[in-house]
Write a protein that binds this ligand. Structure first.
Ligand code: GLY
Length: 372
């Protein structure tokens, strides 16, 4: 009974706040909140799907038309980027799953469906057949990155699974599974910790090296990377029923859970040295918790509580210790870290932290259907 009270309460606060902040943010693209106010990113930035995603999550519960109107307007603004091609990157998944695919799933909008399929085609086009990976960025983001794959891509892969089912054609799924197999082989370590970046020779597909990326080092454990793996591998399992994907997700979840501090919100890197443990990443906590709730759907009754209880512990701590339930802050959850090694947005509210928090709270209230 006590549990039910806190997540219902959290939902009421989310609903009130999203309704209020949407009056100012409207069809903008918030990424990080500075001094209580969300910034507005350029159109095409990788995080541009999370605000429309939040709007669709809340609209689906409330039928608040103001929210769907802003979400549709964000989606429209993204059309120029979708048609541009040159600047596109693997995060077309994050962007169009949470804008167009969400729009299609909630309101059956046919134009939105088409945009989701176009985005899936762009993602499939980034596949390197020699190395069996999807190329992450453009050279403008990271020079000479033709052979780079990053763990974050596992959360873009659902776009391919969705497209295959949508048009009843397994081509997208084949590419998705080839990439997920590479993730299991090259990114997830024996202990469940995860590499951020793996470089392959783009001509031969040979694995060259691991890079630290947003983590402390090539051998460390960037906490958001572990969270991406937990959730992304579980979604891959949900579409394919490949047992090894769920096992990989569970391995990453066990690593995440067993390395959490007392307040259940990790440091930016589980292996950061003592003098660099001054930054939390609440977004990793929210994403991992939402992923653990998904894992709990696919395990037997003896295992279920492990994942659900861990997710609830994390979310309750986010709600009670990291929630921004006042008028002076637009974000919902404080203390995310974008990029500690580059000194970019440390202990700052981040839009994807908010997204995964809202999504996970709604799951605890019984909402089953995903946009992913
Ligand atoms: N996808 C980039 C990040 O997680 O910060």
């Amino acid at each position: 009974m006590e549990n039910k009270i806190w997540y219902d309460e959290a939902w009421e606060k989310i609903n009130t706040k999203v309704d209020r902040i949407s009056n100012r943010i409207q069809d903008g693209f918030p990424h990080v909140s500075i001094k209580g106010q969300y910034n507005n990113e350029r159109c095409g930035w990788w995080t541009d799907g999370f605000w429309p995603g939040i709007l669709w999550l809340v609209y689906r519960e409330t039928n608040n038309n103001k929210l769907s109107k802003y979400a549709v307007s964000c989606e429209k603004k993204l059309d120029t980027v979708l048609n541009d091609f040159i600047e596109l990157h693997h995060d077309v998944g994050f962007i169009w799953i949470l804008s167009s695919v969400a729009h299609y799933k909630v309101l059956e909008d046919q134009d939105a469906r088409k945009k989701g399929l176009i985005a899936a085609s762009h993602l499939a086009g980034r596949f390197n057949i020699k190395g069996n990976f999807i190329r992450a960025w453009t050279n403008r983001v990271a020079s000479d990155s033709q052979g780079w794959a990053i763990i974050d891509c596992i959360m873009n892969i659902p776009l391919l699974f969705w497209a295959s089912e949508e048009i009843n054609d397994p081509r997208f799924k084949h590419i998705a599974m080839a990439h997920v197999d590479t993730v299991l082989k090259e990114f997830i370590r024996e202990d469940g910790s995860v590499h951020h970046i793996i470089c392959f020779n783009p001509e031969t597909g040979e694995r060259l090296e691991a890079l630290g990326g947003q983590g402390y080092s090539p051998d460390s454990a960037w906490s958001r990377g572990v969270a991406w793996a937990i959730y992304g591998l579980t979604i891959a399992y949900s579409y394919t029923r490949e047992k090894k994907y769920l096992e990989g997700a569970k391995r990453a979840a066990h690593y995440f859970i067993s390395n959490l501090p007392e307040d259940k919100v990790p440091c930016w890197d589980f292996r950061a040295p003592k003098n660099q443990r001054d930054a939390k990443d609440s977004s990793a906590a929210a994403c991992a918790a939402s992923g653990m709730i998904e894992i709990s759907k696919y395990v037997d009754e003896y295992e279920r509580d492990l994942y659900i209880d861990a997710a609830k512990d994390i979310l309750k701590s986010l709600y009670e210790n990291y929630g921004a339930w006042d008028e002076n802050e637009e974000a919902l959850i404080k203390m995310g870290t974008v990029n500690y090694t580059n000194n970019k947005y440390i202990n700052t509210p981040i839009i994807y932290g908010d997204f995964f928090f809202v999504e996970a709270i709604l799951k605890l209230r019984g909402r089953q259907e995903l946009f992913w």
